[in-house]
Design a protein around this ligand. Sequence first.
Ligand code: ZN
Length: 103
Amino acid sequence: MAQTTQCPSCGTTHAESTLTQALYVCPVCNTYLHMPARARIALLADPRSFKELDRGLVSVDPLHFTDRRPYLDRLAEAMATVLAELGAEAAGRGGRGGEGVAR
Ligand SMILES: [Zn+2]
């Protein structure tokens, strides 16, 4: 089954292939939609040139910052979301026409 995304603005459901071709701009209402990391990398880097860097890199809280919620709680929540979305392709280097590209 093809993956689909619903535009939060107009509610239209689009196939990923449609959104990829439209560079993640809703073809109905022109709202800029979230572009997944894999699509962004495919846009920037030549095929098979992307090499992941710093897979184990994590943020820390050296100031023990807290406002309404502890920073570490916010960080853990954000990391769970990012990892679910990005998989392991958060940062790396690739090439585009022989030139280096980093994400
Ligand atoms: Zn839309």
